[in-house]
Design a protein around this ligand. Structure first.
Ligand SMILES: [Zn+2]
Length: 274
């Protein structure tokens, strides 16, 4: 090959690299938000802990709590992803918020939960800032949000982001209960008194009592999981992963139980005890 032809090939290659780099900006990559946050936080000099593919970025002065967060993620990630048959990502990013105000600011919400899964990132409120008062390592690991938020992450990685809220929260709680034994039971007495929402209300997430709605979501997920000899949730996720609609998939998985579910019967008076 002549020198000129080699130069031409180099020019074509350089052009292709530029084209590919340009295309990258057009690809809607869901992880971009969290990745940008991570780069910004590290560039600003926020401290971080890292082990076995888990990165915990935390506010200065919260190193001990960050070590509990890292411990929790490393402890729960494999059981959670195994339960949902999801592939664990090579890199898991966790941001620790010093207090509720910081978490509200970071998430852009009016409420500050104990944890959140947003922009491909886990957000965890520092255990010293829990609304009811600081909690120690044991309570944080047993009742904290890590397994729950990992449940959201695993579910979204399997079936995408377009999951109804009840299914998202139901599966996250089901996973948490299986892995840590923790279940949020605050709504139980009201549910027993018949204050439950219908399936239609849950589907539209038109709920004014989160404790009851979350518990019903859990009960629904547990009912699905229990069906087909314990394979019901796996069957549902398989169908959702293939792009089938939620209601059509539920009809297939629940069979004879589906009309009762849609009528709201089971959820006015739950049949299961958690
Ligand atoms: Zn949740």
């Amino acid at each position: 090959m002549s020198v000129i032809r080699v130069r031409r090939w180099v020019a074509v290659l350089v052009m292709m690299v530029f084209l590919l780099a340009g295309m990258a900006f057009w690809i809607p990559w869901p992880a971009l938000g969290g990745w940008t946050l991570e780069k910004e936080a590290l560039a600003q000099g926020m401290p971080a802990l890292q082990k076995d593919g888990v990165l915990v970025i935390y506010p200065p002065g919260h190193e001990e709590e960050a070590s509990w967060v890292l411990e929790g993620v490393l402890q729960y990630v494999d059981p959670v992803f195994t339960l949902l048959h999801a592939r664990r990502p090579d890199h898991i990013r966790v941001m620790v918020a010093a207090d509720q105000e910081e978490l509200r600011h970071d998430l852009g919400t009016s409420e500050a939960p104990l944890g959140a899964y947003w922009q491909d990132t886990l957000w965890i409120l520092a255990p010293s800032s829990w609304p009811g008062g600081p909690v120690d390592r044991e309570r944080f690991l047993a009742e904290g949000p890590i397994a729950h938020e990992l449940g959201h992450m695993a579910l979204h990685r399997r079936v995408g982001e377009k999951v109804p809220v009840w299914l998202d929260e139901g599966v996250a709680q089901w996973v948490d209960e299986k892995v840590t034994g923790f279940l949020w039971l605050e709504g139980w007495p009201r549910l027993e008194e018949g204050e439950g929402f219908s399936y239609q209300d849950l589907s539209r997430w038109q709920v004014d009592d989160l404790a009851v709605a979350y518990l019903q979501s859990y009960l629904l997920a547990a009912e699905i999981a229990r069906s087909h000899g314990g394979e019901g949730l796996a069957l549902l996720l398989d169908r959702l992963e293939k792009g089938h609609a939620v209601n059509q998939s539920l009809r297939t998985v629940l069979g004879d139980g589906y009309p009762g579910l849609v009528a709201g019967d089971a959820w006015q008076a739950p049949l299961l005890s958690p």
